[in-house]
Design a binder for this molecule. Structure first.
Ligand code: SF4
Length: 104
């Protein structure tokens, strides 16, 4: 009897964990693309293509930096993903802004 309950718990725990991951992925997939004319995006120099950063204006930017390499990026590395700086918005994996923080 106890083995049956334990097995059910294991299955239930696995199902809950799987559902949580699925919900997290859906949440990351949702949200609108961050507008380039969003005031905060403009203040941080956000661009959808890191190659287009105005380096005179944002000298922190270095070769090879982009959102997918940023610790604040929450996407899976393809296309668009959430960013903790811009809640509810999606930023381009190839993008960049002045809040860039390299992944550890
Ligand atoms: S904080 Fe990082 S992930 Fe977010 S927009 Fe700036 S560079 Fe991209």
């Amino acid at each position: 009897m106890n083995k049956l309950i334990t097995r059910r718990r294991v299955l239930l725990t696995g199902a809950i964990a799987t559902a949580a991951v699925a919900v997290s992925r859906v949440a990351n997939a949702e949200g609108v693309k961050l507008a380039l004319d969003d005031p905060q995006a403009m203040a941080l120099g956000y661009v959808e293509d890191a190659a287009t950063v105005d380096r005179a204006k944002f000298p922190r930017m270095q070769d090879g930096q982009n959102c997918v390499g940023c610790a604040l990026y929450q996407g899976d590395g393809e296309g668009w993903g959430a960013c903790s700086i811009f809640p509810g918005k999606q930023v381009a994996a190839a993008g960049w802004c002045n809040a860039f923080a390299p992944k550890a």
